[in-house]
Design a binder for this molecule. Structure first.
Ligand SMILES: [Zn+2]
Length: 214
């Protein structure tokens, strides 16, 4: 072909009347990621659909005596909306959470390039707002045992052998703030992160495929 540039990104940019210079390479990994402009909507829909399936399955498998409550999260649900629900302010108040969040966000998570404009507009409340805007994929709470599970779903291509570790590190980054802040604000509770990595089949190494068929 004349160019290795992604044809789906090119079509999406042409439709918006934007330049089609410096397109990403049309690799399997690229068109399966939200980074592909032509595939982003589909990839996000796949993510939500897998989350929902896993979530519903866990819910359905729950034993009748279990006190674990799965909190249904829609697209709008972030830490801010979560803390306006009945059970969560009983863990700690919004004020306590905001105070710890300010500290943790400002000291351990740098301001990304894409966030600089927002930061410069209002450096005083940037970190707390960034915390309130964080979105867990799912939350399960056991008030009797004082445990909260924060669920994270990641999709990945399995072409490179280290994909599990890569996604693991990404999920930890994303939850460093949520888990760290919650632990600091409510030390008598337990907060645990549960990660799911879903891979795209197609280039699976043989040992993994055999394990899946076993
Ligand atoms: Zn693309």
């Amino acid at each position: 072909m004349q160019s290795a540039g992604c044809r789906l990104c090119k079509i999406a940019r042409e439709a918006r009347g934007e330049s089609t210079d410096s397109l990403a390479n049309e690799t399997h990994g690229h068109i399966n990621s939200a980074g592909c402009e032509g595939m982003a909507t589909t990839v996000m829909a796949a993510h939500h659909s897998i989350c929902k399936h896993l979530y519903d399955s866990m819910h359905a498998a729950q034993k009748p005596k279990s006190k674990l409550k799965f909190v249904t999260l829609d697209k709008e649900c972030n830490m801010s909306t979560l803390w306006r629900r009945g059970e969560f302010p009983r863990i700690c108040s919004q004020e306590e959470l905001a105070e710890k969040a300010q500290n943790i966000e400002a000291t351990i998570i740098p301001v990304k390039k894409s966030q600089e404009t927002r930061y410069n507009l209002d450096p005083g409340s940037f970190f707390v707002n960034r915390f309130w805007g964080r979105r867990p994929d799912g939350v399960a709470i056991n008030e009797a045992l004082k445990i909260v599970y924060i669920l994270k779903f990641k999709r990945s291509t399995d072409r490179d052998e280290g994909f599990l570790e890569v996604k693991d590190t990404e999920a930890n980054e994303q939850h460093k703030s949520i888990i760290g802040t919650l632990k600091a604000a409510a030390p008598e509770w337990e907060f645990e992160q549960i990660k799911f990595v879903v891979c795209n089949r197609g280039s699976v190494v043989e040992s993994v495929r055999q394990a899946q068929n076993a």
